[in-house]
Design a protein around this ligand. Structure first.
Ligand SMILES: Cc1cc2nc3c(=O)[nH]c(=O)nc-3n(C[C@H](O)[C@H](O)[C@H](O)COP(=O)(O)OP(=O)(O)OC[C@H]3O[C@@H](n4cnc5c(N)ncnc54)[C@H](O)[C@@H]3O)c2cc1C
Length: 311
């Protein structure tokens, strides 16, 4: 494809927007496959992937796209997303370079793009305790706040003191009760105009060796039980009620290893679907529907996905 001479004809985005984004210092990727950016390694193209290089760049990008009425999605580390195979009409803004960590008197500020693992490591280096059970949680700080990620009895909301939010017009500090945290839920899931810029976490002083030991123990549990060696988006379904273990239920139906196209119910953990062999999003979505039907038939339980489907 020769796109050197006629920008508008081959790009699905206005040249004026592109020039403004370059002026803001963003890196731009045109007709970018989301498969390169989500952990599941599948999904169609977006007309533009925008990578702002600092927080101001991110804010100005958000203002610009709002003003131009160009639809967008925010991408953290892409560990909880299934983008469908078709080409999208929206741009994607990555927070990967918005990654500052500051620590003062037991309060850790981390901006949205900081990986949760880096946050846990920064806390441990400073002998701060509270995030040990989160060590190994894939994804970014923004993604963890967005869905109140949790594991091993710990939830993101537990340590949050405040969240730095941009609402399209201004930046403000949101208190945890305003964030309406619930099980894998927060206000950000329902209000897409609210963008998480960062968050402050309260941690307690502890003994570094004990913190590190618990972190290592947590990480071991993960790689012993979860198929980390394959692309996935983690647990596919929410737990419908506290006493219903989705993985166990799927396993009881003999579905471990069940495959549609390149997507497979993990043999290691039936709550995970893995990209076993060049799966498409369509393979994964068919497998999700199949599992939902079987679980409904046998347990009369409606499963809801924990992963986000970007259509
Ligand atoms: C192997 C594996 C294990 C996992 N284990 C767990 C687990 O134990 N517990 C758990 O809860 N989850 C788990 N997950 C799911 C996932 O890691 C978490 O949900 C994580 O918090 C998602 O973060 P992310 O940065 O990857 O978000 P993304 O996948 O990039 O995005 C998820 C959603 O958050 C939104 N978002 C991201 N950043 C922002 C922002 N700054 N402002 C507004 N919206 C934003 C996105 O638009 C999107 O809608 C696992 C996933 C994998 C692959």
């Amino acid at each position: 494809m020769d796109y050197t001479h006629d920008f508008e004809k081959v790009r699905r985005i206005d040249k004026k927007i592109v020039y403004k984004l370059w002026d803001l210092g963003c890196d731009l990727y045109f007709e970018e496959s989301l498969a390169h950016h989500v952990n599941f390694r599948l999904g169609g193209n977006v007309p533009l992937l925008i990578v702002p290089n600092n927080k101001i760049g991110l804010i100005e990008t958000l203002k610009l796209l709002k003003c131009e009425e160009f639809d967008y999605r925010i991408l953290g580390n892409g560990t909880n997303i299934i983008p469908t195979d078709k080409s999208k009409d929206f741009a994607v803004i990555s927070t990967e370079r918005i990654n500052e960590v500051r620590i003062k008197e037991g309060i850790v500020y981390a901006s949205a793009g900081v990986s949760f693992k880096s946050l846990c490591l920064a806390a441990s280096e400073n002998s701060l305790s509270g995030l040990e059970k989160a060590y190994g949680l894939p994804g970014s700080v923004g993604g963890a706040i967005y869905m109140n990620a949790g594991c091993y009895g710990w939830e993101t909301a537990e340590n949050v003191v405040s969240i730095e939010v941009f609402d399209g017009n201004e930046i403000f500090e949101m208190k945890p009760d305003e964030a309406k945290f619930g099980y894998r839920n927060s206000v950000f899931k329902n209000e897409r105009s609210l963008i998480i810029l960062g968050a402050k976490f309260r941690l307690a002083h502890g003994k570094k060796d004990e913190i590190l030991e618990l972190m290592t123990e947590t990480m071991r549990k993960r790689y012993e039980k979860q198929p980390l060696e394959y692309p996935s988006a983690g647990s596919v379904f929410k737990r419908p009620r506290p006493d219903f273990y989705v993985g166990t239920a799927i396993e009881s139906l003999g579905l471990k290893g069940y495959q549609i196209g390149g997507a497979q119910v993990s043999e290691k953990h039936a709550g995970f679907i893995i990209n076993k062999n060049n799966a498409t999003a369509s393979d994964v979505l068919k497998l999700i529907d199949f599992i939902k039907t079987k679980v409904k038939e046998h347990y009369n339980v409606e499963l809801e996905t924990e992963v986000e489907i970007w259509d």
